[in-house]
Design a protein around this ligand. Structure first.
Ligand SMILES: Cc1cc2ncn([C@H]3O[C@H](COP(=O)(O)O)[C@@H](O)[C@H]3O)c2cc1C
Ligand SMILES: O=C(O)c1cccnc1
Length: 350
């Protein structure tokens, strides 16, 4: 699928299926509204699937998109860039937190190299789709060309397509890329109009000095590029990252198949803003897994009108918050599929 045909395929939520889900929730053997956010989620998932009840989000597939960042040169993170490649090797070996969580929730993991600096070697769950070995420094020039951003989006679209065609009923976003909270914050500032100070966080846990430098780097980048949110690809190319671009494509791909996509933390949330700017209806496919400790994530989710399911103070990325939210998404659907109605169970109504 090309980006153009994908965008054209992303329609609005099905109002009839949503009305049916709302009506069914009111007949199930529990006080109406008593499942709070999960009821709203079930209604949204019915609207996405175009049927009530919607399918269970199983099997679920996580895609971890990895890339490096030229802005690392500005000293926005204490970690060396080679950690990106080393962590990709860890994902392939099954030893990272996301591997443990994926096993916990029975989701598959695919790792996609879209921009890692150091060449990676094999592994059956590694997709080698490197576009360039790290972006340029967004504080001094555009991070990537628009062609490169489009190619990365295309990789994300293809990965979503392959996973859904392979049977996945729910997609989960994952990321790995030392320094990638900086382009994420820059994208969130560019698309929401929020100030750099309000969207910049401490990423892997940077000290006060690095934190102040990060805000300054993002402020300078926005002054240099003057990104226009009405030009999403130009904005993405100027201040984004290759994994952010691929994630935007992945989210759009899920939306075009009308399959839910669980948004993880701040990197995925920034990519979700790109996706929404390209196809506003894609928001119907997005489920916010959790509220990352990165302040930009909350700004982005509020802008998208999404309520995060979990709030655990997570600030890891990799897809960890999305994985932990998966059982809640499944539970929300299971209610519509399995809970008896007052009528069928012979329970008296008020
Ligand atoms: C060992 C390690 C494992 C990680 N797994 C995810 N991240 C997360 O932290 C990085 C972003 O934070 P910053 O912008 O501060 O560099 C990304 O790689 C993200 O996926 C990790 C970071 C480290 C160090
Ligand atoms: O919210 C995230 O995704 C996140 C936060 C800190 C570091 N890396 C990722």
């Amino acid at each position: 699928m090309t980006l153009e045909t994908t965008l054209a395929a992303i329609g609005p939520a099905d109002e009839q299926a949503m009305a049916a889900a709302r009506e069914l929730q009111g007949r199930l053997t529990k006080p109406a509204g008593s499942l709070g956010v999960l009821e709203e989620l079930s209604v949204r998932l019915a609207g996405l699937a175009g049927t009530c009840p919607p399918p269970m989000p199983e099997p679920a597939a996580i895609a971890v998109f990895a890339g490096d960042h030229g802005v690392h040169a500005q000293g926005v993170t204490p970690w060396p860039q080679e950690v990106t490649a080393q962590m990709v090797a860890n994902f392939i070996a099954g030893g990272a937190t996301i591997n443990a969580f994926a096993r916990q929730v029975d989701a598959s993991i695919m790792v996609v190299d879209v921009g890692v600096k150091i060449p990676l070697h094999g592994g059956e769950n590694l997709l080698e789709a490197n576009i360039r070995r790290g972006t340029h420094d967004l504080a001094v020039t555009t991070a990537m060309s628009e062609d490169e951003a489009l190619t990365a989006i295309q990789v994300g679209l293809s990965v979503a397509g392959a996973l859904v065609e392979g049977g996945a009923k729910c997609l989960l976003t994952g990321d790995m890329g030392i320094a990638n909270t900086t382009p994420a914050a820059a994208l969130i500032a560019a698309f929401t109009g929020a100030s750099p100070a309000d969207v910049t966080g401490r990423g892997t846990g940077v000290d006060d000095e690095t934190y102040a430098r990060k805000i300054d780097v993002i402020t300078r980048a926005l002054a240099l590029h003057e990104p226009d949110p009405a030009q999403p690809i130009t904005t993405l190319a100027a201040v984004g990252g290759l994994e952010h671009a691929a994630l935007a494509g992945f989210i759009l791909g899920a939306a075009s198949y009308r399959v839910p996509v669980i948004i993880d933390g701040v990197i995925a949330a920034s990519a979700a803003l790109v996706a929404a700017a390209l196809a506003p209806n894609s928001v119907a496919a997005m489920v916010a897994g959790h509220r990352s400790a990165e302040p930009g994530a909350s700004v982005a989710l509020a802008n998208l009108g999404l309520t995060p399911l979990l709030d655990l103070g997570l600030r890891l990325g990799e897809g960890t918050g999305a994985a932990l939210a998966l059982p809640l998404v499944a539970a929300a659907v299971r209610v519509l599929r399995e809970v008896a109605t007052f009528d069928s169970a012979g329970v008296s109504e008020k």
